[in-house]
Write a protein that binds this ligand. Structure first.
Ligand code: ZN
Length: 105
């Protein structure tokens, strides 16, 4: 799948620039804070025909904690044509802020 490799590479280096978007979640099962970054130029999949009003791109991510458990946290983000987040869904965890993530990482 390649997703696990991306998460692992995030943990070893945290590039920060305007073309990436941080995603921070808390695992429902063990409470671990997990973070990753998506690349707005490379990771977005175009939506054709379907989707809600203004939705132009979609990203799906699977985040897995590294410490206590291996429950996947599934994240789905919807973007408009300007690559701004207009909707987000999560399964297996809750969204947290970058500050909350930073306090634990
Ligand atoms: Zn967990």
């Amino acid at each position: 799948m390649g997703l696990f490799k991306k998460v692992a590479s995030f943990l070893s280096s945290t590039p920060r620039d305007l073309e990436t978007l941080g995603i921070y979640v808390r695992c429902d099962k063990c409470g671990e804070a997990i973070g990753t970054r998506i690349h707005l130029r490379h990771d977005l999949s175009p939506i054709y025909g379907e989707g809600e009003q203004g939705a132009a791109y979609l990203v799906r991510k699977t985040l897995v904690g590294s410490k206590r458990c291996f429950q996947p946290v599934e994240v789905k983000l919807t973007f408009d044509a300007e690559r701004r987040v207009i909707a987000r869904e999560i399964t297996g965890g809750q969204f947290i802020t970058e500050e909350e993530y930073g306090a634990e990482a």
